[in-house]
Write a protein that binds this ligand. Structure first.
Ligand code: NAD
Length: 496
């Protein structure tokens, strides 16, 4: 059984074994420990010591060098990391190789940003004074990641947290812990304890980590319900809590769109990682005059996609992560059809794949907001389409969601573009290029998506607290100190 990684070495755990399942064939490929509360405490104590004694004293320049080294090691180990990601998470290998490239870039980005963003001198109140704004780390950060992009969403937390001078305890999702444990070969260039890894279930190891009094900040990506419960626990001890939660991204296709390109863009945005991306296009709004042609093109293209194991050389769409997720998708499709949606493509498990959590990429026409598939997060390969007449209506529909992570628009009409990015309540607006992230651009959501921001300068700021230092070189009594009596009456007399 794979164990925990504390102080740069693997240590055994007395926690129970959790199987890791290959979603492409439902076979157990390994087991990891469900770390006990005491073991989580050991990891936190180790990180606390490392942060206070070493990491916080390492110069920003040297930290940057170490983050670049992490990036170099990610690139050197990319093939085996990508294969592990595919075996435990099901994503096509090609997508995991891309994920590793983004992981490496993220560490390089924060290596440089951390060096250059070191606080500032601000204008002082009096000439005899110096005023500084310092940027300080929180201490120990708990980085809790989901299974859909295990290493990328870990990197979006760990890279800025380290650049800011924090130590980190990582808890990967119980479905995809192996790739994170493999990152031990990457992180062992750091002083022992700077990064520790504990595996386990959310309800045990995750809960123990969030509640630990020496964890100063929780950086969490996952579902709305888990995020709410973590926020409640953090509120009890007024602990800094960073939340990146669910999404229900809208994708609007305007009447001037190049339908060939827009159809391929929608297919990719809806079916990438089998639709299990927080920014998957989950609601498509198409202008009524082009809807029929668009749906035909999209359906033809969708039927041509190759479904199979992530390791298959031609696979476009792999399996879903597990049986429960697939049941949720099946329930959404059944509810939509019951309420009047028309099944255009997919809508079932592929008959040629007997084992594995597969579901065909699915197109539903005539969808509307009464249907769960247009309201709740589906997190699977389903693309429901609703038509609109006026662009204002499309904007309103896009905003009609509790979530606000991302939103897409296909058009070259500048007026529509401006209206869309001004009015749509979402953390990222993509015009004519869905789901492209940029290390320098903040990523996060409005509304129930949580409001945290990763990436960009904002992503570094989340992991630092600001300290204002006000320093007077002269020890002189100030005129506004006690006693007030006489001075107040003098001022009032002058005012008359
Ligand atoms: P999840 O909430 O079930 O689990 C996420 C992580 O939290 C896992 O590591 C899990 O073990 C841990 N966890 C669960 N319960 C916990 C608890 N009580 N205390 C501490 N930790 C706990 O989510 P998931 O199913 O792994 O991921 C899918 C969800 O993540 C979707 O809703 C998706 O939209 C969201 N997501 C959001 C973003 C974003 O950037 N906003 C990115 C990716 C995924």
């Amino acid at each position: 059984m794979k164990s925990l990684w504390i102080d740069n070495r693997f240590v055994s755990s007395s926690g129970k074994a959790i199987p890791v399942i290959d979603p492409s064939n439902e076979e157990t490929i390994d087991e990891v420990a469900d770390a006990t509360c005491e073991e989580v405490g050991r990891a936190v104590a180790s990180s606390r010591k490392a942060q206070a004694h070493w990491w916080n004293k390492v110069s920003a320049h040297e930290r940057g060098e170490l983050l670049h080294e992490i990036s170099r090691r990610v690139k050197a180990n990319a093939s085996k990391l990508a294969e592990t990601l595919t075996r435990e998470g099901g994503k096509p290998l090609r997508e995991n190789i891309d994920e590793l490239g983004w992981v490496a870039n993220c560490f390089d980005y924060y290596a440089e940003l951390g060096r250059h963003q070191r606080g500032r001198v601000i204008p002082s109140i009096e000439p005899s004074q110096l005023s500084l704004v310092l940027k300080e780390p929180y201490g120990v950060v708990a980085a809790i990641a989901p299974w859909n992009y295990p290493l990328l969403l870990m990197a979006w937390k760990v890279a800025p947290a380290l650049a800011a001078g924090n130590a980190v305890v990582i808890k990967p999702a119980s479905q995809t812990p192996l790739s994170t444990l493999m990152m031990s070969e990457v992180f062992d260039c750091l002083p022992p304890g700077t990064v520790n890894i504990v595996t386990g279930l959310g309800s045990t190891a995750g809960d123990a980590l969030v509640r630990h009094p020496d964890v100063a900040m929780v950086a969490f990506t996952g579902s709305l319900e888990t995020g709410k419960s973590i926020a409640r626990i953090c509120a009890d001890s007024v602990k800094k809590c960073h939340l990146e939660l669910g999404g229900k991204d809208a994708f609007v296709v305007a009447e001037d769109a190049d339908l060939e390109v827009a159809a391929r863009a929608v297919a990719w945005a809806a079916f990438l990682n089998c639709g299990q991306v927080c920014t998957s296009a989950e609601r498509i709004y198409v202008h009524h005059t082009i809807a029929q042609e668009f749906i035909e093109k999209l359906a033809d293209f969708t039927r041509s996609l190759v479904i199979g194991p992530g390791m298959g050389p031609d696979t476009d769409v792999g399996p879903m992560i597990g049986g429960e997720s697939r049941k949720n998708v099946e329930a959404h499709v059944a509810d939509a059809i019951k309420r009047g949606a028309k099944l255009v493509a997919g809508g079932k498990r592929p008959s040629h794949l007997k084992k594995g959590f597969y579901y065909e990429p699915t197109i539903l026409a005539d969808a509307d907001h009464r249907m769960a598939v247009m309201r709740d997060e589906t997190f699977g390969p389903v693309c429901p389409i609703q038509t609109y007449k006026e662009f204002d209506e499309a904007v309103e529909l896009a905003n009609d969601s509790i979530y606000g992570l991302g939103a897409n628009l296909y058009t070259n009409d500048a007026k529509k573009v401006k209206k869309f990015f001004e009015r749509v309540q979402a953390g990222t607006i993509w015009i004519n290029d869905p789901l492209t992230d940029n290390d320098a651009g903040p990523f996060g959501g409005y509304k129930a998506t949580g409001g945290g921001r990763e990436l960009g300068e904002e992503g570094l700021e989340e992991f630092r607290q600001s300290k204002h230092v006000h320093w007077d070189f002269e020890q002189k009594a100030k005129p506004w100190w006690y006693p007030y009596g006489k001075k107040t009456s003098v001022k009032l007399a002058q005012a008359k």
